[in-house]
Design a binder for this molecule. Structure first.
Ligand SMILES: NC(=O)c1ccc[n+]([C@@H]2O[C@H](COP(=O)([O-])OP(=O)(O)OC[C@H]3O[C@@H](n4cnc5c(N)ncnc54)[C@H](OP(=O)(O)O)[C@@H]3O)[C@@H](O)[C@H]2O)c1
Length: 238
């Protein structure tokens, strides 16, 4: 058997309790996907094709438990969206606590790498897979005080581009979708003056929408997009 499960493709999204991840879960449920979401908090999504798993993705065992569930219940995975991330408060490098560096790298880099490692084992079985890692315009703007968040997203970019080369022969693509600013808890926590200043550097100076993200992902998910891999799609004219 090969290719996308046409009836109800199985999609795993990290960080679905709020923000972009919650939107994507609802959006792809609306398109007929079986969606598994995870986060530390509960989800209020109610849909018979949605399963929410409580998991702290900074812990490898909790990530492995997510895959145990998928192997047991679905035996396949068509799409992985590595969406969960944290953005620590703006701080200059000289004042950076080691704990902040560790925690941010665990959630924003180590976790998506582990999710990819486990996902490709399942996707390879059916010679089909779509991996979308959520990046950020931060890697282009390189804002002072955001060194750790920016470094984690740059590491994810590099990881994704190398991964794309490794998994192509298994029918799997891996790409980054990098939104500009979208109104969520994560962006609310950023200094709004600094955010406006950064948005003004983009071709599109207004805030982005959730559907900018799903529109790009829709394109990557299409079976016809099989040669689009290792790409970083920046939204907002960064
Ligand atoms: N919003 C923007 O302007 C913007 C711009 C560019 C890129 N992005 C990227 O878009 C993605 C989503 O961001 P967002 O704005 O939607 O953020 P958000 O509203 O803060 O949501 C983040 C999600 O990640 C989950 N999460 C955080 N730490 C976790 C952990 N240790 N274990 C499991 N889940 C965890 C949170 O759930 P729990 O707290 O329940 O665990 C939450 O569901 C991120 O990759 C972000 O970098 C956002």
């Amino acid at each position: 058997m090969s290719n996308l499960n046409q009836a109800h493709p199985v999609m795993l999204i990290t960080g679905t309790s709020q923000g972009i991840g919650k939107y994507l879960a609802s959006y792809y449920l609306g398109k007929g996907y079986l969606v598994i979401g995870c986060s530390r908090q509960k989800s209020d999504i109610t849909n018979s094709r949605y399963t929410h798993l409580i998991a702290d993705i900074s812990n490898e065992n909790e990530i492995l438990d997510v895959f145990k569930f998928i192997r047991k219940e679905h035996q396949r995975l068509d799409v992985l969206i590595n969406n969960a991330a944290i953005n620590p408060a703006i701080v200059t490098v000289s004042l950076l606590p080691y704990e902040t560096i560790q925690k941010t790298f665990k959630v924003n880099v180590f976790a998506p790498i582990l999710f990819c490692r486990e996902a490709i084992k399942l996707m390879s079985r059916h010679k089909f897979g779509r991996i979308i890692n959520i990046g950020s315009m931060a890697t282009r703007h390189e804002v002072a005080g955001e060194s750790i968040y920016t470094s984690t997203k740059s590491a994810l970019n590099a990881f994704t581009r190398v991964l794309a080369k490794e998994v192509m022969s298994s029918g799997i693509t891996a790409n980054i979708v990098a939104p500009s600013a979208i109104d969520t808890e994560l962006s609310k926590a950023i200094n709004q003056e600094a955010l406006t200043e950064v948005l003004n550097r983009n071709a599109i100076k207004t805030w982005g929408d959730f559907n900018d993200v799903s529109n790009s992902i829709d394109y990557l998910l299409k079976p016809e997009s099989k040669t689009v891999t290792g790409q970083i799609i920046y939204l907002g004219g960064v």
